[in-house]
Design a protein around this ligand. Structure first.
Ligand SMILES: Nc1nc2c(ncn2[C@@H]2O[C@H](COP(=O)(O)OP(=O)(O)OP(=O)(O)O)[C@@H](O)[C@H]2O)c(=O)[nH]1
Ligand SMILES: [Mg+2]
Length: 464
């Protein structure tokens, strides 16, 4: 299940739970306060309830107004809470001034707090410092007091506990758990690793992804991106982290960080190849459960063979691959379509392409990670078609079909390891083909921010 589907299921469960709890809570409150165990005067109880309700709804309303990440959740909770609060409406009504003052105060307080954001490098406040923590505390406290009042009052009057005690305790637990979940600001990190030889478009790929997602990049990525308004990036000279944060989902928004460790493509044919050949041997020797298990059994900084020159980078690359959700295998449209350049008799690829496939096979077999194939530089092969940019979607479909019929892709599909990526064998959208429409070579199409238009990246982000 993709992350997005997973989130949808989670949200549906969440909504159902809130509805059931709302109904049940109203029942509990109805029976609970038949017992006046705490012997508080009626008007004091009214005061406390009006104040609590004021603070509670004030913060919820501020959340709805300000917090894009929790807006829909707050609306739902507000609806359930209003339903439950109708049971207490007379307390609020009798103390409407008190309610208004506390509502206004809480709204003002919560409005002054920093807006949660998806910006890169923002110091995140701990969850318990957020106004929503007060909502959670109030609701949980009120629930526990009501439950306690009911159980003790019942016992006091009938010298036994009610039959439904266990259910009530269980439900209270579930309720508090849901509230904690509600409060939690989710922030996911998706690590990817881009496998690609020099000049294939690894760095361009990350920039384009960031632009498409409207992401907030780290400094390294920002620098490359800024340089790209005029020209292509320089070749990558040393390895560094490229990361960006972006918001995913319109209703139930989440903040996601995409990160990769970008390296000069030459590493692929040197250190990465050597270290994975070595890891392959280790795998046979140590029989690990998975890749994480394998690298935890090895002291990389001591044991990596000495012929690997950039030990620190290599270790970081191995770790990045271990943490990655997917390996992104870049391949250029040219090497797919110009079969005469790449294939020898018998339909087996030759030269650089063959070399690349070999390395890719080693990495994929040692790590057992899902693989996504991305075809780059599509515009070079399809400059003419892409010139009719008004029909970009049609052109995209057409190119996709063309690429999928090519012999090299046929070869790739039948490669033992690529077949493992199920999405690849499913048709239609299984190939992603980012494309960069360059300067005057073909008509550049700019988006509203003045960035070049690229195709395929939206689809890629959805499937990540
Ligand atoms: N026409 C076209 N050219 C592209 C595209 N992507 C990359 N290029 C070209 O390929 C060159 C290399 O792209 P990079 O992203 O720097 O490649 P890389 O894989 O990071 O290369 P190294 O850092 O040297 O390993 C760019 O300078 C562009 O000239 C594309 O989608 N279309
Ligand atoms: Mg690069």
């Amino acid at each position: 299940m993709s992350d997005l589907k997973h989130e949808t299921v989670e949200i549906i469960i969440y909504i159902l739970a809130l509805i059931i709890l709302g109904i049940w809570l109203k029942d509990l409150f109805a029976v609970s306060w038949q017992f006046r165990l705490f012997y508080l005067p009626f008007n004091v109880i009214s005061d406390i309830i009006a104040m609590g309700a004021g603070i509670y709804f004030g913060i919820l309303v501020a959340t709805i107004l300000k917090d894009a990440f929790k807006r829909i959740q707050a609306v739902l909770l507000c609806m359930v809470s209003i339903y439950v609060a109708t049971y207490y409406i007379h307390h609020i009504y009798n103390n409407i001034l008190l309610f208004i003052v506390f509502f206004g105060g809480a709204l003002y307080y919560a409005d002054k707090q920093e807006v949660p954001s998806c910006r890169y490098n923002i110091r995140r406040k701990s969850i318990k410092d957020r106004p929503l923590a007060i909502v959670t505390f109030l609701a949980s406290f009120f629930l526990l007091i009501s439950l306690l009042n009911y159980l003790i009052g019942y016992y006091y009057n009938f010298h036994t506990f009610p039959n439904s005690t266990m259910n009530y305790v269980l439900f209270a637990g579930v309720f508090i758990a849901i509230f904690l979940k509600f409060m939690n600001y989710e922030f996911n990190q998706i690590q990817i690793f881009i496998v690609g030889p020099p000049h294939i478009g690894k760095t361009v790929f990350m920039v384009a992804l960031c632009n498409t997602a409207n992401g907030d990049p780290n400094i390294a990525l920002r620098n490359v991106r800024n340089s790209m308004t005029k020209e292509w990036p320089e070749r990558t000279r040393e390895a560094y982290d490229l990361e960006f944060n972006f918001r995913r989902g319109r209703l139930f928004t989440k903040c996601i960080k995409i990160s990769t460790y970008d390296y000069p493509g030459a590493y692929l044919f040197e250190d990465i190849k050597d270290s994975f050949k070595w890891l392959d041997e280790k795998k046979k020797e140590l029989n690990p459960y998975d890749f994480h298990d394998l690298i935890s059994k090895i002291n990389l900084s001591k044991e990596l063979p000495t012929k690997i020159s950039r030990i620190d980078d290599t270790i970081k690359i191995i770790r990045t691959i271990a943490e990655s959700k997917k390996l992104i295998f870049l391949i250029s449209a040219t090497s797919i379509l110009r079969q005469d350049m790449q294939m020898v008799e018998g339909g087996y690829p030759s030269g650089e392409f063959k070399n690349y496939i070999n390395i890719y096979e080693i990495i994929a077999s040692v790590t057992d990670k899902p693989v996504m194939i991305v075809v780059t530089k599509v515009d070079r092969e399809y400059a003419y078609e892409l010139n009719s940019l008004s029909y970009i979607d049609d052109v995209a479909k057409w190119i996709l079909a063309d690429i999928k019929e090519s012999e090299n892709i046929f070869f790739l599909k039948n490669t033992r390891l690529v077949r493992r990526d199920k999405s690849f064998t499913k048709d239609e959208s299984s190939l992603i083909f980012p494309c960069w429409v360059e300067g005057d070579e073909i008509k550049p199409k700019l988006n509203e921010k003045g960035e070049f238009v690229m195709i395929g990246y939206d689809e890629f982000l959805k499937r990540l």
